[in-house]
Design a protein around this ligand. Sequence first.
Ligand SMILES: [Fe+2]
Ligand SMILES: [Fe+2]
Length: 150
Amino acid sequence: MFGFRSSAAKDSSHCLLKEVGIAEINKQHLRLASYAVEFSLIVDDLSTHEPTNQDWRRIDALFSKIMRYVATHFSEEEALMQKYGYPDYAAHKKLHDKFSAEMLKLQSDINNRNIKFKKKMSSLLWDWLYHHINEIDYQYREFFLSKGLS
Ligand SMILES: [Fe+2]
Ligand SMILES: [Fe+2]
């Protein structure tokens, strides 16, 4: 288990990422988590005022960065699963696709400058992503370790 603290997380369990057995993937998870923190800082800033044009530009930039990195991370994870014949690949990929579809929906809220994106994105990043890493990704740990990955 490794982790960090963020004032935006609802409780300490949201800050702790389980390590999934593959150093490179752990690194990618940490980077995703750091983007979630970056997003929370923007949300904290917006608690006192409506987003200005400059805020929206920051949000656009962060959101594109997260979208790109999520896509890279998912495809690397999926490639490993396929390479080693992970038995739950199809179900896992479905969850990745669902997350990506939710992100796309969110992108249209952001493009339309709809402030609702704050709440939706918070729950996607903190609840969905952490749940995915700690509960779903964690399930492949033993499998990859048994294949000699580390
Ligand atoms: Fe992952
Ligand atoms: Fe995953």
